[in-house]
Design a protein around this ligand. Structure first.
Ligand code: PFF
Length: 467
């Protein structure tokens, strides 16, 4: 069913869709806080290094695997390896991972919808109370919003690659960039913003430890949506006429710029609206920061702009975060859908409906994991603490497996497909790749340094979370 697979209409369509996937909660919230806590500009330099020397080659390898095979992750590993069973199994991990990430990401996006609804109906004051987040995530009415969100996501996905994913990204990504810019300019003109800028950007190399470098690699990897099968699948919709190295560079630059600008928005905002901010309260957890801390910051604006003004600013910010989350969610739900289309020859319509049911089946217990059901809230125990079903999915698939999938992509590209095969694919649509320094670096690093770094990140994450 070739017509069901679809293709991006242009290079720009691909870049916006891939950036839509990459730009998410990681950019808007986790990155600024991580940077400011770990040495400011010193962290930024390390992060840029990780993007350029670790993530960029893996990103190109994932996209090249997709374009070469014209398949989803299972199909890509199977096809390029000539049908080898062990690589097919690895490919299955590349489907299971996005499938499960979609489950808990859906739940977070539902919370964003509820926050948007509360803020627009005058509830900012309530959201700023300490108990608000705990109360909201345990509301049975979450199921209505879950149903609403699933309908929206699957209608977009029914539209296919061009009419759904690409169209959404073409509308939302420029809107997001403009909103981010306007909000940043507004915040930077406020008294007190400069304290936030120096907290964010003054370099402090004494804070840079091995753990910080480890955190920078894994965050860069996560931020570019690597190891989730997304770029393999998006690569399969990418035209043979266009250059993978160039387009990948654009996506990485867009993602990193948005993360950087988000830092110029969030930290100055925090210091301008609440000069007494205790920096220890700035958790690196996006969830804690967005849902518990930021409503308080927005509410503190009311002294200057009144309650309505504070609510409008909060609404603008949460809309921005919602757009970022929606484009990421759509990108990740597409991966299993592409698998059902390629491997089981489902029509897009049937694949979308099937995936909608599967996602709902898992998203319901994940939604019940924060107080609605005792069973799912205290689901298991590891690392010395009780964990919910939601925590389990997020720890295993979001925090742990991504570097492992990245590691397998490197080993596969370097030793199974071989660097010559990968190079040949990367030269299609790019006359400058053959013989370039980039090619030499990829040939050397993809089978050596990069998988070694990813393996270290994987092992240290396992150590931190489970032991
Ligand atoms: N790249 C996203 C971010 O930085 O927030 C991470 C992401 C999460 C992408 C979940 C897609 C997704 F479904």
């Amino acid at each position: 069913m070739a017509e069901d697979r679809g293709q991006f209409s242009s290079k720009l369509g691909f870049i916006l869709a891939a950036a839509g996937s990459a730009v998410g909660l990681g950019n808007l919230v986790a990155f600024p806080v991580m940077a400011s806590k770990n040495g400011g500009a010193a962290f930024l330099i390390i992060y840029l290094f990780c993007i350029a020397f670790v993530c960029y080659p893996v990103m190109m390898a994932e996209i090249a695997m997709g374009r070469r095979s014209q398949r989803n992750p299972v199909g890509a590993f199977t096809e390029i390896s000539g049908g080898m069973k062990r690589w097919r199994l690895v490919g299955m991990l590349g489907i299971l991972t996005p499938f499960m990430i979609a489950v808990f990401y859906t739940v977070i996006t539902v919370w964003l919808v509820v926050y948007l609804k509360e803020i627009s109906t005058g509830g900012l004051g309530m959201l700023a109370e300490d108990s608000a987040f705990g109360e909201i995530v345990a509301r049975p009415s979450l199921f209505y919003y879950l149903a609403l969100l699933l309908v929206v996501v699957f209608i977009i996905l029914l539209g296919g690659v061009k009419g759904g994913i690409e169209r959404l990204a073409k509308i939302l990504m420029p809107t997001l960039a403009v909103m981010l810019l306007l909000l940043t300019v507004f915040v930077l003109t406020l008294d007190g913003a400069s304290a936030g800028i120096s907290y964010y950007l003054v370099p402090d190399f004494s804070k840079v430890t091995l753990t910080v470098v480890n955190g920078a690699v894994s965050h860069a990897f996560f931020s570019l949506s690597l190891g989730m099968g997304i770029l393999i699948t998006y690569g399969s919709y990418f035209s043979k006429e266009d250059s993978i190295p160039q387009s990948t560079r654009m996506v990485a630059m867009a993602d990193t710029s948005i993360a950087f600008f988000a830092g110029l928005l969030i930290l100055p905002a925090i210091f301008a609206f609440d000069p007494n901010t205790n920096t220890d309260d700035l958790s690196t957890s996006s969830v804690g920061l967005i849902f518990s801390f930021l409503p308080k910051i927005f509410l503190s604006m009311q002294a200057a702009v009144g309650y309505t003004g504070a609510s409008v600013a909060a609404l603008a910010f949460f809309t921005l975060v919602f757009f970022a989350a929606l484009t990421s969610l759509v990108s990740i739900v597409e991966i299993p859908i592409s698998c059902w289309i390629d491997e089981w020859k489902f029509s897009r319509r049937k694949a979308v409906l099937f995936q909608a049911v599967l996602l709902a089946v898992f998203a319901i217990p994940a939604t019940m994991s924060l107080g609605i059901s005792d069973f799912f809230t205290n689901f298991t125990f590891y690392g010395g603490v009780s964990k919910s079903f939601f925590d389990l999915v997020s720890d295993v698939f979001y925090s742990t497996i991504l570097p492992l999938v990245g590691f397998t992509v490197c080993i596969f590209s370097a030793y199974q497909w071989k660097v010559s095969g990968l190079s040949a694919e990367l030269s299609i649509g790019d006359d400058n790749f053959e013989g370039s320094r980039l090619q030499k670096y990829m040939n050397f690093s993809l089978g050596t340094v990069i998988p070694a770094v990813l393996l270290i990140v994987f092992i240290s994450t396992v150590y931190q979370i489970y032991l």
